[in-house]
Design a protein around this ligand. Structure first.
Ligand code: X2W
Length: 288
């Protein structure tokens, strides 16, 4: 294998596994789960802006050993910038981007461009990907008057996505779906990840963020959180707020709908492979 980020990631991973038993256990489990839809990764737009090569290296490594996780990506900061530059910003309401037709034009262009950048970065490291068309994510308009063309996922096209994983490629899914009338709609990327998780029931769902997990007030990583027992207090004392609060509430809903064996975690761009193959993972494990 040529020197490069994939080799570095592999060497680092192997260095952490003493006898190979742990990695074999996980490969067996992933194989038993059908081998295809064993894991879903959600990549935030900020991670793709700041750590594209690292994320691509981890995903390419997984694909090189025959795995095809489902990847959902957002593009929040890229959209903020492009929409401001186009002079069409309509603001956000309840954390959702108000998506007028003018905003929607920018959203679909940037989402597509972000998918292409990710695909190309993974391809450069030897991994295979295929972009999933927006029509594979069917959504209902939430409230057109209030939010414009913002959608809530209704159903995902399992066949299209499974055909990609069956062919050995990583499916790349953006925050764009279609409504009943076939119009493109803007969906919060965490909500897309949740819809895919409900449809595929993977063993692991991993949210990749720049912070690498939940941090305490000193900036140290919290390795696990029990939402029922701890979240309320953490919101009260200010450990959890704004975007992370929304994400944890979304994860809480997700956990309550999935089989208890599903693991949901938040990790860093360089933690993708370790999160899958080591028992402790490296980010924050989220439980109910
Ligand atoms: C989001 C979709 C992008 C996203 C938006 O327009 O920003 C809505 O708000 P991150 O980077 O994962 O946050 N959609 C409806 O979720 O990106």
């Amino acid at each position: 294998m040529a020197d490069g980020p994939v080799k570095t990631a592999l060497t680092e991973l192997l260095g952490q596994i003493r006898d190979g038993k742990e990695i074999r256990t996980y490969l067996d489990r992933f194989g038993a789960a059908g081998g295809t839809s064993f894991a879903i990764f959600k990549l935030g737009g900020a991670v793709l802006r700041d750590d594209l090569e690292t994320v691509a290296a981890g995903l390419a490594l997984l694909n090189t050993v025959g795995l095809t996780p489902i990847v959902v990506h957002g593009a929040g900061p890229q959209l903020d910038e492009a929409i401001a530059a186009a002079g069409v910003d309509a603001g956000k309401k309840d954390g959702l981007r108000v998506s007028t037709p003018e905003v929607m034009d920018v959203v679909s262009t940037i989402a597509m461009r972000t998918t292409i950048a990710l695909s190309s970065a993974i391809g450069q490291q030897g991994g295979h990907t295929a972009a999933v068309p927006p029509a594979a994510i069917r959504a209902r308009i939430v409230d057109e008057e209030k939010y414009g063309r913002v959608g809530d996922p209704l159903a995902v096209d399992l066949e299209t996505i499974s055909a990609i994983t069956d062919s050995g490629s990583i499916p790349l899914i953006s925050n764009i779906g279609v409504d009943e009338a076939g119009r493109l709609v803007n969906i919060n990327a965490d909500a897309v990840a949740r819809a895919l998780a409900l449809a595929f029931e993977p063993l692991k769902i991993v949210f990749v963020t720049g912070t690498g997990g939940l941090l305490d007030n000193e900036g140290d990583l919290i390795t696990s959180i029990n939402l029922n027992a701890e979240l309320e207090q953490m919101i009260k004392d200010g450990t959890v707020h704004s975007g992370m609060q929304l994400k944890l509430e979304e994860i809480g809903k997700l956990l309550s709908e999935l089989p208890p064996s599903t693991s949901v975690s938040i990790t860093s761009p360089d933690g993708i492979v370790r999160e899958l193959f080591t028992h402790g993972g490296q980010g924050t494990l989220v439980r109910l």
